[in-house]
Write a protein that binds this ligand. Sequence first.
Ligand code: ZN
Length: 346
Amino acid sequence: MADSSLVIGFDLGGTKMHAAAVDTHGHVIHSERCKTLAADGADAVIDRMIGLCTRILHELGPRAADVRALCVGVPGGVDDERGIVDTAPNLGWSQVPLVERLSGALNLRVFLDNDVRVAVVGEHAYGVGKGTRTMVGIFVGTGIGGGIIVGHHTHHGGRGVAGEIGHMTLMPHGPRCSCGKRGCVEALASKTAMLREVNKLIKQGWTSRVPKLMRKHGSEVLTSSVIERALDGDDEVMVKVMRDAQYYLGLLAGNLVNALDPEVIVIGGGIAERLGERFVGRIRDHAYKHFLVQRDREKVRIVPTELKDLGAPLGAAFLARERLQGRLDSAPGPRHGTASWPGPSA
Ligand SMILES: [Zn+2]
């Protein structure tokens, strides 16, 4: 008999939340999204999460009875075994018993993981990485998050903390990173780093429309849409800052290829979703130059996300099934994510 079971994959982002009921083939049956409004506090956000899942269950009608589990990708560090969000700085959360709250209200099995890792799993299961043995995801947002797939499975490492590629040091005496170290790629190529460089160049006398565009959008942070508009207008500051970021991301990708020789590197996050090849092309060119072994270099696909903001819900749904079945990836233990990461679609 065909397996009619469904799972809900949930992407809890710093600015919005997005959940999808997914069948065994990775097809989205119904999805819903709403704003996170993290400033309202953890209780209000959890109530909103419950409301979003309830709406999905309602829309599913009689098929709601087929829903077996829920997996949430959280922008921070989680302890899946204890069902607790350790820290999610962008939500202002610390030690939040999320599983207990959700499973009590929804009467479902609930699992937790880091949002970037679930997005990487999504691209591996259903997107650009389908069928690959070795894959790396680099997600560029306010921070830089990542995930590594080896032998078809997420590589967690001995302490469960692997994949923090945003904190690879590229410039030991470079700018300070959110983690306290200097010259991490996150401090050189994230949107936070790009904004710092934009402001630095403006102070040096360069002219740029970026501050005006940010005011127009009512934004204090550099958003992907502001970046796109500035680039469309050939803003000399944005063009330079973007090229520098692409150079560092290319170095990062080249280093990762020399270490892991993956079949695919997927570049995700808001900028990659919006700009696609326009963002990734130069990253790939720089990366190729840093491959130690140049033979067959085009075999390493360095490509933008295919699933865009559906990557995290689909990946979370995939992990929910794996954990229900007690597969390898469900090995217990803490899964700490990039603390500064606001979500792959931010
Ligand atoms: Zn760092």
